[in-house]
Design a protein around this ligand. Structure first.
Ligand SMILES: C=C(O[C@@H]1C=C(C(=O)O)C=C[C@H]1O)C(=O)O
Length: 268
């Protein structure tokens, strides 16, 4: 807006519990407009310029040139992550057709990598229509992410599933970087950077209450949601995040899922 005296930053984040420890503190920053949407939409909005920064699928860093990311912050797994699951109707080695969650970009690639590398299979992957349920598709397995996956995993313990983050950890010894704060080309983030770091500090203090509130909304136990958010998910990264991103890029590029030679810089 021409007559807006405030500098403005348009920020996107995921609509899932996993985003809260990083984004909740941005809700009341003057001049910063926060919008939550599924990852696939956030990626489209970053590309079109409708968003300046988004907490979104790490694979996007390697699909377009010119991005940067905020160093040290992200959504990572360092072992199991209950909100990203490949639910199985057949054993992994027998999969021929896998339905993908249309909201996902990164986990859809991670599933391909772990099935090929750890189970020796390259099934056909089908992306269902936006908003459709991958469980309804005719397939041997379905990938789901976010709160719906968390609820499905925790409330249907008899469902067989494969945990892609855990399999990545076994394969590489590294944490898996699901999401980063991705900054589109041409944005000066310097005036805003401290808010992103302060938001993480607030998230650290409030994570338990975010988990409790989500448990209520999702009809899950507080203990399960706290275990998920406080034990399984990581939000601070050391230099292993950069290392893990490069490893992810290389394995993804080897199966044609991203560019092989993009190395976006981290904003210190
Ligand atoms: C752990 C998660 O990480 C996410 C997975 C994403 C993806 O698959 O593209 C994108 C952002 C994160 O929300 C989750 O959504 O449950």
């Amino acid at each position: 807006m021409d007559d807006d005296p405030e500098p403005r930053l348009r920020v996107g984040s995921v609509p899932y519990l996993v985003g809260r420890p990083l984004d909740a503190g941005l809700e009341r920053v003057p001049g910063l407009v926060l919008r939550r949407a599924i990852p696939a939409e956030l990626v489209a909005d970053l590309r079109s310029g409708a968003l300046d920064v988004a907490l979104v699928s790490s694979i996007e860093l390697f699909r377009r040139p010119g991005y940067r990311w905020i160093g040290g912050l992200g959504v990572l797994g360092d072992g199991p992550v209950s909100s990203v699951q490949l639910f199985l109707r057949r054993p992994p080695a027998e999969l021929e057709r896998v339905a993908l969650d249309p909201a996902s970009r990164t986990s859809a690639v991670l599933a391909r990598i772990v099935l090929a590398q750890a189970h020796g299979v390259r099934p056909e992957f089908v992306e269902v229509e936006p908003g459709a349920d991958p469980r309804e598709a005719t397939a041997d397995a379905w990938l789901r992410i976010g709160d719906a996956a968390l609820r499905e995993r925790l409330s249907e313990p008899d469902l067989e599933s494969l945990d892609p983050s855990l399999e990545w950890k076994r394969l590489t010894g590294l944490p898996f970087p699901f999401a980063a704060w991705i900054v589109r080309p041409g944005i000066d983030l310097a005036p805003w950077l401290a808010h992103f770091r302060a938001s993480r500090d607030l998230g650290r203090r409030e994570a338990g209450s975010f988990a409790d509130r989500a448990a209520e909304g999702l009809g899950l136990s507080r203990d399960d949601c706290r275990h998920y958010l406080l034990e399984e998910c990581r939000f601070d990264a050391d230099d292993r995040m950069a290392q893990a991103l490069v490893r992810f890029r290389d394995l993804a590029a080897a199966i044609g899922q991203c560019e092989p030679d993009l190395t976006p810089t981290a904003i210190a």
